[in-house]
Write a protein that binds this ligand. Structure first.
Ligand code: NI
Length: 173
C-alpha cells in the first residue's frame, strides 16, 4: 500500500463526475488499498478515488471507533437504491476541505448497491454515521461537495478562503 496525496478545494477535479469502473481487478484493489491507507493516515472515515486525483467510481469507508477492530468497506460503482423519508442532521467535514465543518441534513437511512473488493454485487442498509458517510462519498463521485448543502454565504466564504490559501502557496510565500 502507498499513501497518496489528497487534493483540496478549489481543485476543479473535485467537481468532475467520476467514471464507472468496468472490471474489479488487481489494479482496482491496489488503488483501493492506497485509498484506505491514505484515509487512515489523514485520518478520515471515508474517501472517494477522485480525492486522490483518480476520477473513478470507487469509495472506501471505515466508521469503526478507535478502540474497535477496523471494518473497511470497499464500494465500487456504489448507487443509492433507496433512502428514508426521515432525515438526520450530522456535522460533516471533508478531507478535501480541511478544518471546515458544518451541519448537513440528509436521509437518515439508505440502501446502497455496489460491487465489493472482489467484484461481487452487494446491498447494504445503512443508518447513522455510515448512512451520512456513504451519501457524502457518493456525492464526491458526482462532483458534489457537502458545502453545496450549506448557505451560499457560508459556502462562498469557505471557497474564497481556500482559493486565497492556494494562491498564497503558489506564490511560494
Ligand atoms: Ni469528502
Amino acid at each position: 500500500m502507498a499513501k497518496r496525496e489528497i487534493i483540496t478545494l478549489p481543485d476543479p477535479l473535485l467537481r468532475t463526475v467520476s467514471k464507472p469502473v468496468k472490471t474489479v481487478d488487481a489494479s482496482t484493489r491496489k488503488l483501493m488499498d492506497d485509498m484506505l491507507e491514505t484515509m487512515y493516515d489523514a485520518p478520515g472515515i471515508g474517501l472517494a478515488a477522485v480525492q486522490i486525483g483518480v476520477p473513478q467510481r470507487l469509495v472506501v469507508i471505515d466508521t469503526s471507533k478507535e478502540d474497535e477492530e477496523k471494518q473497511p468497506l470497499f464500494l465500487v460503482n456504489p448507487e443509492i437504491v433507496w433512502s428514508s423519508e426521515e432525515e438526520a442532521d450530522y456535522e460533516e467535514g471533508c478531507l478535501s476541505i480541511p478544518e471546515f465543518f458544518d451541519m448537513v441534513t440528509r436521509p437518515k437511512e439508505i440502501k446502497v448497491r455496489y460491487l465489493d473488493r472482489e467484484g461481487v454485487e452487494q446491498e447494504r442498509l445503512c443508518d447513522g454515521v455510515l448512512a451520512t458517510c456513504v451519501q457524502h462519498e457518493i456525492d464526491h463521485l458526482n462532483g458534489i461537495l457537502f458545502i453545496d448543502y450549506i448557505s451560499k454565504l457560508k459556502r462562498d466564504r469557505v471557497v474564497k478562503k481556500f482559493t486565497k490559501a492556494q494562491k498564497f502557496a503558489r506564490s511560494g510565500a
